[in-house]
Design a protein around this ligand. Structure first.
Ligand code: SF4
Length: 352
């Protein structure tokens, strides 16, 4: 680590300007905070946190729609734990559960499928959230449901795709990005090829990296060298896990059951082809189609700056509610809910 830090210092002196690097993975965000990486590198190297927390980027409209479905008769709504705490316009799924709705936390969509098998008289909806890392598992669950003819199992997919969001970030003028610390987990599935446009079209430095402090520091040295040499390219630091072609089987599985659609991201808006929805052949499992959800007038929590935090243009303490009204025990916005959210990480580890 010492060697990497010394190299970063030398390279940053040679570059002689502010360098803006963005990590777009919530696990990287937490790792950078936990290891105090910002305090280890020169002040002209700015590390910005992007929209890498799937819970955080799920817009409030989808939370409200889940609240609506959860309150319908004979419905069991299942989802991962963090999603239950994200505030909607009128409380969270936890609140709905406390008020009598059957909302259950699961660790895997296969748990939700088991609930469907055990409750044939009910409709079981799985609120599916995540990036490319989790979508193969959701696809596999749909495959099992089809195979075993478990007809009372439905998916509400808010799954997101990382590369289209990168294109929005690279075009965000306030950010002036020089390069990306690209996600290790997502890249194990999609490989490095889907990021190639960042280099060919935008000439930005890119390194796919792992999650330990030395992985991230090494990635920063690699990025600085690319910038100094004016040789942007995609390098894989996380070689043990990531191959350029990714995991073709997992990609095939995703493509078998899902297709991209224009998806809404909290704080960013609709990004073309940035979400995954079930293909037409599986629309009988699409909760959006099965439930007649009325238009809902969703309202973001007053004062919450999640949108700006997710775009990397504001730091959590710049939100007036940070640490005062909004804490991990009493989250006002989504970024304070998940441990991968920027506000939660900043609250826990401070500004290091
Ligand atoms: Fe939203 Fe809370 Fe973060 Fe402010 S501190 S941006 S209210 S999550």
């Amino acid at each position: 680590m010492k060697e990497f830090i010394e190299t970063i210092e030398k390279l940053s002196k040679k570059i002689q300007r502010q360098i803006n690097l963005m990590e777009v993975c919530g696990t990287h965000t937490v790792s950078i905070f936990r290891h105090g990486i910002r305090s280890l590198i020169p002040s002209n190297i700015k590390l910005l946190s992007g929209p890498g927390c799937p819970v955080c980027v799920t817009p409030i409209q989808d939370i409200d729609r889940m609240l609506y479905i959860a309150k319908q008769p004979n419905v069991i709504l299942t989802t991962f734990g963090d999603m239950m705490r994200v505030p909607g316009s009128d409380g969270s799924l936890y609140k709905a559960k406390a008020e009598g709705a059957d909302v259950r936390m699961v660790y895997s969509p296969l748990d939700a499928l088991k609930i469907a098998q055990e409750n044939k008289d009910k409709k079981i909806v799985f609120f599916a959230v995540g990036f490319e890392t989790t979508s193969p598992l959701i696809a596999a669950t749909v495959a099992v449901a089809e195979d075993k003819k478990i007809d009372n199992f439905y998916i509400y997919s808010v799954h997101k795709l990382v590369p289209p969001a990168l294109e929005v970030l690279v075009n965000t003028k306030e950010l002036k990005l020089d390069g990306f610390i690209l996600p290790g987990h997502v890249s194990t599935i999609i490989g490095s090829k889907p990021y190639e446009f960042i280099v060919s079209k935008y000439k930005k430095a890119c390194v796919i990296t792992g999650f330990d402090a030395d992985d991230i520091l090494q990635a920063i040295t690699m990025l600085l060298k690319q910038i100094l040499e004016d040789d942007p390219r995609i390098e894989i630091q996380y070689k043990d896990a990531v191959k350029p072609e990714g995991n073709p089987k997992a990609i095939e599985f995703i493509n078998m059951y899902f297709e991209p659609f224009d998806s809404n991201w909290r704080g960013i808006g609709v990004i073309p082809k940035s979400g995954l929805k079930l293909k037409k052949e599986y629309s009988h499992r699409d909760a959006e189609k099965v439930f007649d959800i009325p238009p809902i007038n969703s309202k973001e929590p007053k004062g919450c700056q999640c949108g700006a935090v997710l775009r990397g243009v504001k730091l959590p303490p710049e939100c007036p509610l940070f640490g005062k009204i909004c804490t991990p025990q009493n989250p006002v916005g989504a970024c304070m809910v998940s441990s991968e959210g920027s506000c939660a990480a900043y609250y826990k580890y401070g500004g290091n």
